[in-house]
Design a protein. Structure first.
Length: 89
């Protein structure tokens, strides 16, 4: 209860004071419901974004594994420096 409501309660009839308090509570509930909806949408949006980033991460990891396999395969087929004969022989 705020100070304005307390000050008004002393000069109002009990019914009017109760109505004022009820109106203030309803206003607060409406405000909280609005913020709850806003937060719910923010969480849902972040969840969608997280799922998208997880899919991108999985694709990037797969591409990295493919590149590592390709690099390993090319290293196995390419002659090593020890196998090469120097040009003066």
């Amino acid at each position: 209860m705020n100070s304005d409501t307390q000050r008004d309660d002393s000069s109002m009839s009990p019914e009017h004071a109760l109505a004022t308090r009820l109106e203030a509570l309803e206003s607060r509930i409406a405000y909280q419901e609005h913020w709850l909806d806003t937060l719910d949408e923010a969480v849902a949006s972040q969840e969608r974004r997280l799922a998208q980033l997880e899919r991108i991460n999985a694709l990037m990891q797969e591409k990295l594994r493919d590149q590592q396999r390709t690099l390993q395969d090319s290293e196995m087929t390419a002659p090593s420096p020890q196998d090469e004969v120097p040009p003066h022989y």
